[in-house]
Design a protein around this ligand. Structure first.
Ligand SMILES: Nc1ncnc2c1ncn2[C@@H]1O[C@H](COP(=O)(O)OP(=O)(O)OP(=O)(O)O)[C@@H](O)[C@H]1O
Ligand SMILES: [Mg+2]
Length: 231
């Protein structure tokens, strides 16, 4: 059974004439890494914001364990079941890396034995030194901030990780380290990992690839957007 699905989803931004997504049906299973690829503007970030419950489909639904997420408590869904890594990180710049991670643990409402220790371990796992972990985020490099965003998404141990270009600012070697982390999470902890990416190296390591094709026509249109699995 899929842990997360898009069931015949269409979406357009209010005030625009064009569908961004049209009749998309994708399934995401535990233990696998998915790459969502497509040209700039194809709708990848939009798709991720639908999966994360930040945006509602205009048609169709998002299913979590076969339940429409609109019928779940959205707050619980977002603070516990999924971990999201945004294209623009969304970290609090004046807090340290550790504080950013602890904050999301607090928001989740889950119980932890030693929050600070857990946060430091996670930051170590994604390659931050203890000194960097205690530095305010605004004093970290782009790549380091990206790692903090990943550690934060992992902090409350969600079943699903949704990430928008999680390796966009990293050199190839660091990108590989981060992909190893995602791989471990999928294979050893049975997490479902959904990565939006432009990087051929990232899609190469995915178990499945979904490609979004930018739509040209105006609404309404009944043709189905190409949403073939190519991997
Ligand atoms: N708030 C908005 N209002 C109107 N149109 C929007 C809005 N956000 C995005 N769009 C449009 O929707 C389309 C899909 O945008 P989206 O951000 O999902 O693309 P993307 O595939 O993530 O692109 P990129 O690879 O550049 O990040 C684009 O044509 C974009 O201009
Ligand atoms: Mg995007």
């Amino acid at each position: 059974m899929s842990i997360l699905s898009l069931d015949n989803v269409s979406y357009f931004y209010d005030g625009t004439k064009k569908n961004v997504l049209e009749n998309i049906s994708y399934d995401f299973d535990p233990g696998l890494i998915y790459a969502v690829v497509g040209r700039s503007g194809a709708g990848k970030t939009t798709l991720l914001s639908l999966l994360s419950g930040l945006t509602n489909p205009k048609k169709g639904s998002i299913l979590w364990n076969e339940k429409d997420i609109n019928k779940l408590n959205k707050y619980t869904y977002r603070s516990q079941y999924i971990g999201v890594i945004f294209q623009s990180f969304n970290l609090l710049p004046n807090l340290t890396a550790v504080e950013n991670v602890i904050l999301s643990m607090d928001i989740s409402g889950k119980k932890f034995n030693n929050k600070k220790q857990h946060a430091l371990e996670l930051l170590g796992k994604v390659g931050l030194s203890e000194d960097e972990a205690h530095r305010r985020v605004l004093k970290l490099s782009g790549g380091q901030q990206q790692r903090v965003a990943i550690a934060r998404a992992l902090s409350y141990d969600p079943e699903i990780i949704l990430a928008d270009e999680p390796t966009g600012n990293l050199d190839l070697e660091t990108q590989d380290d981060i992909l190893d982390i995602f791989s471990k999470l999928a294979k050893e902890e049975n997490k479902c990992i959904v990565l939006v990416t432009h990087s051929p190296q990232v899609s190469e390591r995915a178990d499945k690839i979904y490609e979004l094709i930018p739509l040209k026509g105006t609404r309404p249109k009944s043709d189905q957007q190409s949403n073939e699995k190519i991997g």
